[in-house]
Write a protein that binds this ligand. Structure first.
Ligand SMILES: NC(=O)c1ccc[n+]([C@@H]2O[C@H](COP(=O)([O-])OP(=O)(O)OC[C@H]3O[C@@H](n4cnc5c(N)ncnc54)[C@H](O)[C@@H]3O)[C@@H](O)[C@H]2O)c1
Length: 699
């Protein structure tokens, strides 16, 4: 069976794409479409054409693997140009998702009908690209720039109802879909409806052409948080061409802009991340035969910063949750914070008031542990103290169902030791959320020595259900993310002592693309958290401890590494802190020197990469891509730089090894000496990527 079939229903031709699983537009599909549409065009007995797809979705986009190869004719634009110029009505019958090139084909058809529940969109921006086959020109013509530009810049799809409202589709059809679409085509013929070529529509563009300031306004409003990215700027340019130059000329320019982005470092990194995220879903030892357990009810212990956010995650996904606290007072405080968070979202327009009520209705607070008896999964988020956690898990063992999954949100503690405090360590694992838990996408799923595969599978499945990106990691102090963060933190403090200021270090990392630097982040999270932990472990931090002793806990006290004016979250450099740092340098007999941005970056990032190499060697992370996903979704590593391990490969492992050896010698810190895996790969002239795709990376 070919990937594109041409069938007949009297005078209606049905072009059927059948390229499972998502009807991606690989080369054969483009050729098949070109042939089928030419044939239907030239057949005098055919009066109208319906384009439809087999399986669960319409064409859901390009075949992304083709982006790494030179373009192969026919280009999608040629297929669409052929479709658009046919002198017979062409109806796109869309179900599932019409994304990217799939939606661009639909935009080239004269009519678009959709099954209920369909979504359409142009997600290219998420891969560091712009729609390359007419999307940037046809969508603004069809629905206006005000609606089109946000769709193109966010990459987020819209549902059928919204698409109908915008005018992106003509009708939502109930009943059996293909026959309904064929009937729609017959109706078009009966009513002799004119063929609507989207490229010729101008009525929505004309008003904006008259008012260029309006365009800038829309562009500015829909391109926030795109600092450092090339694709959003290119997309805005491309949409601007829809106003300024004829369609053909605009499309020529778009094609060349697309090629430039495709070959650029940013899109390569973003495509890598796209695949790494999918790869992270494959967990060694969790085969397709391992079935996740049913989760109907959840429990959360501790209604503090994390517990409250975790309870919201369950409630948002429709899972009723019981939230346990030690007393009425902390419970009330936790529930109030949750309600306040929801109210703020409603105020900002992000949630309907009745939906807020439904979500709140799913969260039941209690001070009785026994209320967890019917929970299928429990996430513990009490204080970070081993003895307390062991006691809580002992109690959980007593009250929960035998097949309940028992998870801890610990940041650093030994998940195996926690498991040993129950009679069912196979049911225990870590589910490490990131703050704010209801917002951050990353979920480190910590696999204990005895964690059962189906328990792991359940945590992953629940993670996805509540909208997270789960990555499986092994047990070690701080798991993957915090362990690497610590390596960065130690070096950041060392540089303070040598001569840098917090704003120098934060400035360098923000310029690199992170949303904030280590010191601003410490101020946000609260410096007292780490202080308490260090005291418990008998550890010291030369500067942060002094700040805490002076009552400077960060944003919550208005000062930390920086100064915060009342009600402001903007960090301002503080001369008092500079003095305190200079005194610390003097105490250590260090002559302060100026440290340039390049050195700052190398000394922040290379120790992290080194720790990443150790993590891989120990098997705490299964793949370099898993580490990259953790840093992108949990710590704000700029997606267009692909994550720390991907970045390391771009810099070159030999250069990193040599620089680390120097840094280690100067600091007399063995931890900074190149990890054996880094040594080995560097001497073999390989990258981290070669660990997962040997053939490609070594070629
Ligand atoms: N704050 C973060 O950024 C962050 C991020 C990831 C993980 N974590 C981890 O999450 C856990 C909780 O951290 P947090 O920041 O939410 O702390 P928190 O101090 O804000 O909240 C802890 C809550 O647990 C309650 N509690 C204590 N003992 C209890 C018990 N026996 N039964 C029921 N409730 C009890 C306390 O009353 C308090 O409300 C810690 O293990 C921490 O390491 C924190």
């Amino acid at each position: 069976m070919s990937v594109v079939e041409l069938c007949r229903e009297d005078e209606i031709a049905v072009v059927l794409v059948d390229n499972p699983p998502v009807n991606a537009l690989k080369h054969e599909v483009r050729v098949g479409l070109l042939n089928a549409f030419s044939q239907a065009r030239d057949d005098p007995e055919i009066a109208a054409i319906v384009l439809t797809c087999a399986g669960r979705t319409f064409i859901a986009g390009a075949d992304i693997t083709e982006f790494d190869k030179p373009p192969k004719s026919p280009h999608l634009s040629e297929v669409i140009a052929l479709i658009e110029t046919i002198q017979k009505p062409v109806v796109a019958a869309i179900h599932g998702t019409a994304l990217g090139g799939g939606f661009e084909i639909a935009l080239g058809c004269h009519f678009r009908v959709a099954a209920p529940g369909t979504r359409v969109g142009l997600p290219e921006i998420k891969l560091g690209l712009i729609p390359g086959a007419g999307g940037t020109q046809r969508l603004p013509r069809l629905i206006g720039i005000e609606k089109a530009l946000p769709m193109i810049l966010s990459g987020n799809p819209v549902g059928a109802k919204e698409a109908l409202q915008y005018g992106a589709i003509d009708s939502i059809l109930d009943g059996e879909f293909t026959p309904a679409a064929v009937e729609f085509a017959r109706k078009v013929l009966r009513e002799k409806r004119p063929l609507r070529r989207v490229r010729d529509i101008d009525e929505k563009l004309a008003p904006i052409r008259e008012d260029p300031a309006k365009f800038e306004e829309i562009a500015a409003a829909s391109s926030k948080r795109t600092r450092g990215l090339h694709a959003p700027a290119a997309a805005i340019e491309a949409v601007r061409w829809s106003l300024e130059v004829p369609f053909e000329e605009a499309e020529r320019r778009v094609r060349s802009a697309f090629q430039e982005l495709r070959q650029g470092e940013q899109s390569k990194a973003q495509r890598y991340v796209f695949f790494a995220e999918r790869e992270a879903a494959k967990v060694p030892g969790v085969t397709a035969g391992v079935r996740p357990r049913e989760i109907a009810r959840a429990g959360v212990i501790g209604a503090g910063t994390m517990g409250g956010g975790i309870a919201m995650c369950f409630a948002n996904a429709g899972i009723p949750v019981t939230l346990i606290e030690t007393g009425e007072e902390p419970l009330g405080r936790g529930l109030d914070t949750i309600a306040k968070n929801y109210r703020n979202t409603v105020k900002r327009g992000g949630l309907a008031a009745d939906e807020m009520e439904r979500r709140l209705g799913r969260i039941a607070g209690s001070t009785e542990f026994e209320r967890l008896a019917d929970a299928d999964i429990v996430v513990e988020a009490v204080f970070e103290e081993m003895e307390l956690k062991k006691r809580v898990f002992g109690d959980l063992d007593r009250v929960t169902k035998p097949d309940a999954v028992l998870a801890t949100n610990t940041s650093y503690l030994d998940v195996d030791a926690i498991g040993q405090s129950t009679k069912r360590p196979q049911a225990v694992l870590g589910m490490h959320f990131f703050s704010p838990a209801n917002v951050m996408r990353l979920l480190e799923v910590v696999r204990g020595k005895e964690t059962a595969p189906d328990v792991l599978a359940t945590a992953i499945a629940v993670g996805r259900r509540i909208g997270k990106v789960p990555v499986v990691v092994g047990v070690c102090h701080g798991f993957v993310g915090n362990r690497m963060l610590r390596a960065r933190g130690i070096e950041a403090e060392r540089m303070l002592l040598e001569g840098a200021l917090p704003q120098d270090i934060d400035g360098a990392i923000v310029e690199f693309g992170f949303p904030m630097g280590p010191f601003a982040m410490g101020d946000l999270a609260g410096l007292d958290v780490g202080w308490r932990m260090r005291k418990a472990q008998g550890l010291k931090s030369e500067i942060a401890d002094r700040l805490c002793e002076a009552g400077r806990f960060g944003q919550k006290t208005g000062k930390g590494f920086y100064l915060y004016e009342a009600g402001s979250r903007t960090p301002r450099p503080d001369p008092e802190v500079e003095k305190l740092i200079a005194e610390a340098s003097a105490r250590h007999g260090i002559a302060r020197r100026s440290i340039d941005r390049r050195e700052i970056l190398e000394r922040l990032l290379y120790p992290m990469i080194n720790e990443g190499a150790r993590i891989l060697e120990e098997g705490v992370a299964a793949r370099p891509g898993d580490i990259d996903i953790i840093w992108i979704y949990g710590y704000g590593w700029p997606v267009w730089r692909g994550g720390p391990m991907f970045y390391a490969d771009q810099v070159g492992l030999a250069a990193i090894r040599d620089r680390l050896a120097e840094i280690a010698a100067r600091a007399k810190d063995a931890r900074l000496e190149p990890a054996p895996l880094l040594e080995r790969l560097a001497s073999e002239r390989r990258g981290f990527a070669s660990l997962t795709e040997p053939a490609r990376a070594r070629a």
